[in-house]
Ligand binder design. Structure first.
Ligand SMILES: [Fe+2]
Ligand SMILES: [Fe+2]
Length: 287
């Protein structure tokens, strides 16, 4: 028996910009083209996502012209868009670019229920000015714990920096101030799922009992090199976005104490990756 999923899309690390800085205008135009391709795909999903969560690095340089371009492009999305800052963003300019979000007072975080569902998405600002790595202070940790506790039903914590090390050393080396304390909050108040960005590639683990993942970007990926000798590099891997399907599954549970097997209904998040740009049309097969 399958209940209808609540589909949450995750778009991350779009790195929109404009001008001749960095790799230049042609590079930023390509990033814009890729994002537009993602938006067309999201708009045409047969099971439309209830919301699209943007897990940071939405622009490259945190400057107003980049946000002007981002807002213009995101205007092509017909679905609700819930953005978060990454280390390349300006939290202040992101807040003013998307004033519809219920931003927290002192950090660019938000928490809200997906309309018509009992699914709560908690967007946690993991950025600090001028820092490439993550950062959460006591105020944000308390805010997170309070919002997880207040949520009913499935609870998705979204953030830019993943709250775990990945094994890609040169990226991990940027650090995450407060990661241990954040992990303690996630252990004490486990959400249904943690989703993050920043690494531009698919990574899956867990924090305590909670599955945690990084979504693929619409731009170049961080190169997959798990050796100690890995040097900073990017690679043109297939791009896309994640579709997180929140379902109420009937879960078989073993009770060691009573030596019985029972069934409980618990929310689960099942994640699918949508590749775009190089994707082909589905071809029906005989089964
Ligand atoms: Fe990024
Ligand atoms: Fe980042």
């Amino acid at each position: 028996m399958r209940s209808e999923p609540v589909v949450l899309a995750q778009l991350t690390d779009t790195h929109v910009s404009v001008g001749d800085h960095g790799p230049g205008q042609a590079y930023w135009d390509e990033n814009a083209r890729r994002l537009r391709t993602a938006l067309r795909s999201l708009n045409s999903e047969s099971e439309p996502p209830a919301v699209v969560i943007g897990t940071g690095d939405l622009v490259e340089c945190g400057k107003q012209p980049a946000y002007d371009r981002l807002v213009e492009i995101m205007g092509e999305l017909v679905l609700p868009f819930w953005p978060l800052p990454g280390n390349h963003d300006s939290p202040e300019l992101l807040r003013s670019a998307f004033p519809h979000m219920p931003w927290a007072d002192n950090h660019a975080s938000w928490a809200q229920v997906v309309p018509g569902t009992d699914v709560t998405v908690i967007g946690l600002d993991s950025t600090a000015p001028g820092q490439p790595g993550g950062h959460v202070d006591l105020e944000r940790l308390d805010w997170l714990a309070d919002n997880i506790e207040a949520a009913e039903g499935a609870t998705i914590v979204a953030m830019h920096h993943p709250p775990f090390l990945t094994g890609i050393d040169w990226m991990d080396a940027a650090g995450f101030k407060g990661m241990e304390q954040l992990q303690e909050v996630l252990l004490a108040h486990p959400p249904t799922r943690v989703i993050a960005g920043h690494y531009h590639r698919s990574i899956v683990t867990r924090v305590g009992s909670c599955p945690a993942s990084v979504g693929i970007s619409t731009t170049l990926h961080v190169n997959l090199d798990l050796s100690n000798a890995a040097v900073p590099a990017v690679i043109n891997d297939p791009i896309g976005y994640e579709l997180h399907c929140v379902v109420q599954n009937s879960v078989v549970q073993n009770s060691v104490v009573q030596n019985t097997v029972g069934r409980n209904s618990a929310p689960q998040v099942i994640t699918h990756t949508r590749y775009i740009d190089r994707a082909s049309a589905p071809q029906p097969i005989q089964i």
